[in-house]
Design a protein around this ligand. Structure first.
Ligand code: ZN
Length: 82
């Protein structure tokens, strides 16, 4: 969509970029895996409930299970481009 808007002249490229990181809370339990549904022991692969999830400590008392996200934005229009 961003590429389309640039090509159409709806938004213009800027010389400066702003970069910031944040986190998105995950719908997962750390190191948990999906189960295959077999009731007996099996060799089915374990599938993470949520890929690339990690433990994010914001302080000594605040912890999230989350995905780390980096936003790259043009400064003037504030549009995230990546
Ligand atoms: Zn199985």
């Amino acid at each position: 969509m961003i590429q389309f808007n640039i090509e159409q002249g709806i938004i213009e490229k800027e010389e400066q970029l702003a970069v910031d990181t944040t986190h998105v809370e995950a719908e997962a339990t750390l190191h948990a895996h999906r189960k295959c549904g077999h009731t007996e022991s099996c060799d089915c692969p374990k599938i993470p409930t949520d890929d690339n999830v990690g433990l994010m400590r914001k302080s000594n008392t605040v912890t999230y299970i989350a995905h780390k996200v980096t936003l790259i934005m043009w400064c003037k229009i504030g549009t995230a481009i990546i």
